[in-house]
Design a protein around this ligand. Structure first.
Ligand SMILES: [Cu+2]
Length: 136
């Protein structure tokens, strides 16, 4: 029984692949090209609304003893990059996040692999607080 199902799936796969190859070789103009323009329009939109692209890096700026934005929501798998724009040292510590001391211009990146609310502070200035929510 199981064997037959597997063979059936393999045949399906071959047929599907053949179908794709055929489409790829045909030289009729693809009707899907206008989609790219739509994408570009979206990308130029707002900064802090995080959509699909999981490889995209999201920036948090550290300036005037603040994390900007202080609250951020990302998708699981996304990477956040903190950049210290102050002349004093800061760090990013809490909820499994732990950076070194960052000098001016230095960055720290962290990839949020699990759903959750991550609260962090600067250990040098503990009143500096930030939060990242990672969701599916
Ligand atoms: Cu600090």
């Amino acid at each position: 029984m199981k064997k037959e199902i597997i063979i059936f799936l393999i045949i399906l796969g071959v047929l599907f692949a053949a179908g794709c190859a055929e489409n790829g070789n045909s030289d009729e103009p693809s009707p899907s090209t206008p989609a790219e323009e739509v994408d570009n329009g979206e990308a130029a939109g707002t900064e802090e609304t995080v959509t699909g692209a999981e490889s995209e890096i999201i920036d948090i700026e550290i300036r005037d003893y603040k994390y900007i934005p202080q609250n951020l929501t990302v998708k699981v798998g996304q990477t956040v990059r903190w950049t210290n724009n102050d002349t004093v040292l800061h760090d990013v510590v809490g909820s499994s996040i732990e950076s070194e001391y960052l000098q001016k211009g230095e960055t720290f990146t962290y990839t949020f692999e699990e759903v959750g609310t991550y609260q962090y502070i600067c250990t040098l200035h503990p009143w500096m607080e930030g939060e990242v929510i990672a969701e599916v």
